[in-house]
Design a protein around this ligand. Sequence first.
Ligand code: DGJ
Length: 536
Amino acid sequence: MRNLIRTLPILLAFLGLQTAALSAQTTSAPHLEKRGAATQLIVDGKPFLMLSGELHNSSSSNLDYMKPIWPKLRAMNLNSVVTPLSWELVEPTEGSYDFALVDGLIDQARHENEKIVFLWLASWKNGLSSYEPVWVKQDTRRFPRVVQNGNPIEILSTLGSATQEADARAYAALMKHIKEVDARDHTVVMMQVENEVGVLGDSRDRSDAANKAFDSAVPAQLTAYLKAHYNQLYPDLRARWDANGDKAAGTWTEIFGDNERTDEIFMAWNYARFIQAVAKAGKAEYEIPMYVNTWLAGDNTPPGDFPSGCPQPWVVDVWRAAGSSLDFYSPDLYDSRFQEWSRRYHRDGNPLYMPETRGEAAGAANVFYALGEEAGFGFSPFAIESEAGDKDPLGESYGIIANIAPLLAEHQSAGDVHGFVLDRDHNAVDFTMNGYTLHVTLDEIFGGQASNGFGLIMADGKDAFLGAGKGFKVTFKPRPDAGKHVGIGSIDEGAFEGGKWVPGRRLNGDENAQGVSWRFDQRQEHIEKVTLYRFE
Ligand code: DGJ
C-alpha cells in the first residue's frame, strides 16, 4: 500500500504525459510524413489515403448547387473532394473578405464525412488569369500582364510584385480563417495553390520587366541549388546545365543555352518564386500540405503550347530551388501513358498525388497502380460529379481500397506491395516479394481470357499474400534458395469488418483452376487471401 501511495504520483504524471502526447498527436494539423518507403498524408495521427475526385470548376461556387452532389460522392466511396475556391469570391472588394462559402463547404463536407482539398483559384488557372477579382483585372498598371507581340494579354505577369502581395495576402487571410474554423476537425487536409500555371501562346513573358529579368544574372539561389543537388537533378535539366558548362553565374542564355527551353526554365523560376511566396504566407497562418499541379506537355511540344513554366518533371528542380513552402508537385494525368508519367513524378522525394486524372473504367484500374506500385497517397479524377453513380467502376475500386486502406498504408511503408494494370498488349508482370516470385497475368479459365485486369498484392505474413482487384491470376515460384515447388494451401475471399478479417467463400476448384493459380475473376472486384506451402 505504502509503495502504491509512493508510486501513484509518478503513475499519474506518466498517464498525464501519455494523454498530453496523445492529444498533441490527434490535434496536430494534417501533414506529410516519410514513413519507411512512402511519404504519406497524416491526418489525426494516421495515414490517410485519399480516394477523391475533383469537382467541375464552378460547382462549389454555390452551396445549393452542391447539396445533392455530396451524397452522390459518398455513395461512390469517396473520402475526400478536391474543391475549387476562387479569389474573386473570397475578396470581391479589396481588403474585405467573405468566407461564407468556405464555411458552408466545410459544413457540407463534414455532414457527409468527407475531407476537402481546397483549390485556390487566384492569379492563374489553366495558364490564363480569370479568377482574380475585378479590382485586380482592371488595374493593369498595378497588376501588370504578360506581353505578347507588344500587347498585354489575359495572363497576370509573375513579375508584378503587387500581384504577388495581393494574392499572398488573400491566401494568408483564407488560411487564417481555415485555421480558426477547422484546426480541431481537420476537414481541410491540403491546399492546391493556383491551377496549371504557365504562359500560353509564347515560351515566355515579353513584358519590359520580364525582358529585364531575362537579360540579368540567374539568381545564385538557383545555381547553388543545381550544384548542391547535382546527382539527383532530373536528367534533362542536368544535361542542359552540363551542355553549357555547369556555370555558377551568368545570364539565363549563358547558363542554359539560347533556346525556348531556357525560356521555360526562366518562367518556371518566376512562377515558382511567386507561388512559393503565396504558399509561405499561407503556411505562416496555418501549416497544412500545399502543392501545385501541372498541365502535362505533349511529346515534342514547345513551351507555350503547354503552359510554359508549370512544374513539368524536368523543371521541378527549379521550383524546389525557389523555396520549400510547396510540399510536392503533381501531374494532371490524362495521358494514356499513366505509369510512365507516374514514375516521372514519383522520384527524388516527390510523392505521387494526382489532383486530376481520368475516372470511370480507366480510373478504376489506374488507382490500383498509383497506390499499389507508386505508393501514391491520393487519386482524384476530374469532373467527379458527372460520373457519380452506384454502379460506377471507380466507386467499386474505391470501395475495395477503402476496405483495405489501413493495411495498404502499412505495406506502402514496408515497401511490400505491388500494383498493376494488365490488358492484351501488356498481359503479364512479375514481382519478387516475401520470399516468392509472383507471375501475374490476365485471368484465364477453360480457354477464356479476361480482356483486362488490375489490382494490387501485398505480403500478408509468412507464406501468405492479400490481393485485391479483378481479371488477373497469379502463379508462384519460390526464390531459388527456398525449396523446389510451391503449392496453394488455401484461398479465401473476404473483407475487413471493424479492422478484423472476415472470410467469405473458400475458393477452390474452378475458382483456383483446380489449385493451379490464385484467381481474381473479371466479373467483379474481390479481396482475397492466399496461403502457400512448399514441397520437394
Ligand atoms: C484541366 C484543368 O486543371 C481543370 O480545371 C479543367 O479545366 C480541366 N482541364 C478540363 O478538362
